[in-house]
Design a protein around this ligand. Structure first.
Ligand code: SF4
Length: 328
């Protein structure tokens, strides 16, 4: 059993198709935020410093191997996973390598990234990011108290400084930039109220970002009391965004796609898959287009090895990979 850094295929509401996740961070989890709605375990290293992480050769070797097996028909390559992908100091080599492998294999997939945005101020990161097709910058709240409560950031960061950084990246010919906002309710507080949303939209206008992607949670959050918002609230948030002159869209709650290529689902694939995204057995069965029974057997075996944890949440039971360094 080994940890792999290019994993998939994942069904994606964002892509309305399948994506491959490239995790440039790995465990221990590193991110400037520790969001209360994050479906992964708490951030272990809260940082803004690019430090030695997974070497680009290991990432590209995994990526080449997965593209050769299942690349055809994949809509996008998503840099994300266990933290902020732009913290990896090898990011220029990783992006170059991904583009080259896609070109050589004739796979027509876009390259996307989800980030907190702070690394976009570094010129060596910007060069790599300019080669991407889309960048989603997470902005859930701008006012200090709500920002602190939702994102639990490393000290010294401020959304307004971030707006300046992004503004200087927006250019013709670069990636499409989105402000991505996850709407939640928690302890009688919500970032979906008009006051909070107006600030996020003002942030987008100040950063000269025209596109907003709204979503709510659909997996068990790190903090149990966090709840998704209703469809009606998302619709109102969309209307408000349009009134502010922004191109505002929302992730659809469901995804109707089918995957027909034979992916060989074994313990290693399933473990790596669930390390990056908790899922139910039914979701896994749909994602791979294979019956529930073989998935259940694999899940049970991984659970007995204590490599998965079971998380009951709302109407389902989710399974999440448990990182155990000593096993590998
Ligand atoms: S949701 Fe994203 S930005 Fe927030 S802690 Fe998790 S990995 Fe970091």
């Amino acid at each position: 059993m080994k940890i792999t850094y290019a994993i998939g295929p994942y069904p994606s509401r964002r892509a309305q198709g399948y994506v491959i996740i490239v995790d440039t961070v790995g465990y221990p989890r590193k991110c400037p935020y520790n969001c209360i709605y994050c479906p992964l375990p708490p951030t272990q290293v809260k940082t803004l410093r690019p430090e030695a992480m997974i070497n680009y050769e290991a990432i590209l070797s995994d990526f080449k191997s997965i593209i050769e097996r299942i690349g055809e028909g994949v809509k996008a390559i998503l840099l994300y996973g266990t933290g902020d992908p732009l913290l990896n100091p090898w990011i220029p080599m990783i992006v170059d390598g991904i583009k080259r492998i896609l070109r050589d294999s004739g796979v027509d997939a876009e390259l996307w990234c989800i980030t907190t945005g702070y690394m976009l101020g570094k010129e060596w990161v910007r060069k790599a990011v300019r080669l991407m097709d889309r960048v989603y910058v997470k902005v859930d709240a701008v006012s200090k108290d709500t920002f602190m409560e939702i994102n639990d950031p490393i000290s010294g960061v401020s959304p307004w400084k971030l707006a300046e950084i992004i503004k200087s990246l927006v250019s013709r010919g670069g990636p499409i930039i989105y402000v991505e906002t996850t709407l939640i309710e928690y302890n009688g507080m919500t970032n979906a109220d008009p006051g909070c949303l107006s600030e996020v939209y003002a942030f987008a206008n100040m950063a000269r970002v025209e596109r907003i992607l709204l979503r709510t949670i659909n997996r068990p959050p790190r903090v149990r009391g966090v709840k998704p918002v209703s469809k009606k609230i998302i619709e109102k948030a969309l209307e408000l965004g349009e009134r502010e002159g922004l191109h505002t869209e929302a992730l659809q709650p469901h995804l109707n796609i089918s995957y027909c290529r034979g992916v060989v689902v074994d313990e290693e694939l399933l473990y790596n898959y669930l390390l990056r995204r908790p899922m139910t057995v039914v979701e896994l069965s749909r994602a791979f287009s294979i019956p529930v029974t073989p998935i259940t057997k694999l899940v049970t075996r991984l659970e007995s090895m204590r490599l998965l944890e079971r998380i009951p949440w709302r109407m389902g039971v989710y399974y999440r990979g448990v990182y155990r360094r000593t096993l590998f």
